[in-house]
Design a protein around this ligand. Structure first.
Ligand SMILES: CC(C)(COP(=O)(O)OP(=O)(O)OC[C@H]1O[C@@H](n2cnc3c(N)ncnc32)[C@H](O)[C@@H]1OP(=O)(O)O)[C@@H](O)C(=O)NCCC(=O)NCCS
Length: 192
């Protein structure tokens, strides 16, 4: 899998040179709170995580004008059921609210639905993630279930929300996304 160009972001396979960025991102309170990480990570942990992520899916770095700003990826591929899971964060909080997350998710979903015979992509998010959930809805994801009291965060229980998007729902969201940036064709710049 090569780099994939979206409307505003580019996604490329994660590299070891991303480790110092990832290390800083993963340990930021704003990130690890909502990624539901349970502890702080060392640089060695990050390098191990990159290796593990490669073994279990498609880990990608999100770039804007060549600058790494976050991560997105797919894992937990289940071939029989044609489903996989998506994860995401924008590690630079000053980049929030500019549409980069939506563009990263839409770019990756377009790539995945176009090239693989997927039926559905799912994700889990903390139920109090008011920034992520509306963005995922705009990408076509539907809330399926809330699991009560699944994480104990900052002295209180927080639920988890399961969301998923199927091929048709994605096609509808994609039409809106394409209309938001007419003339830009999403493409895999090094199709494999
Ligand atoms: C949640 C998270 C990924 C959102 O990233 P983001 O880049 O701010 O998301 P977006 O900008 O695409 O969308 C969020 C809001 O920004 C605004 N926005 C979207 N496009 C915009 C644009 N082009 N210009 C200005 N603002 C825009 C919108 O208000 C949008 O909210 P809406 O969908 O309700 O309209 C990011 O805050 C993050 O990484 N948080 C910490 C980790 C995390 O929560 N990860 C997800 C775990 S499931």
């Amino acid at each position: 899998m090569g780099a994939i160009r979206g409307h505003t972001v580019e996604l490329r396979p994660v590299e070891e040179s991303d480790a110092p960025f990832i290390h800083r991102w993963m340990n930021q309170p704003e990130i690890w709170r909502y990624m539901d990480y349970e502890r702080q990570y060392s640089l060695a942990d990050v390098l191990e995580d990159i290796e593990a992520a490669r073994g279990s899916g498609q880990p990608l770095t999100i770039l804007v004008d060549g600058r790494p700003i976050g991560r997105v990826g797919l894992n937990q591929f289940r071939d029989r059921d044609r489903i996989c899971s998506l994860y995401l964060y924008i590690g630079e909080p000053e980049c929030w609210g500019r549409g980069y997350a939506r563009d990263a998710v839409m770019t990756l979903l377009a790539f995945a639905f176009d090239r693989w015979d997927l039926h559905q992509v799912e994700l889990w998010t903390l139920s109090d993630n008011d920034r992520a959930i509306p963005m995922y809805r705009r990408c076509g994801f539907v809330e399926e279930a809330t699991l009560r009291d699944r994480s104990f965060k900052e002295g209180r229980w927080v639920g988890h929300t399961v969301m998923s998007v199927n091929r048709d729902e994605f096609a509808t969201a994609r039409a809106t996304w394409d209309a938001d940036a007419p003339g830009i064709v999403t493409q895999d710049s090094q199709a494999t």
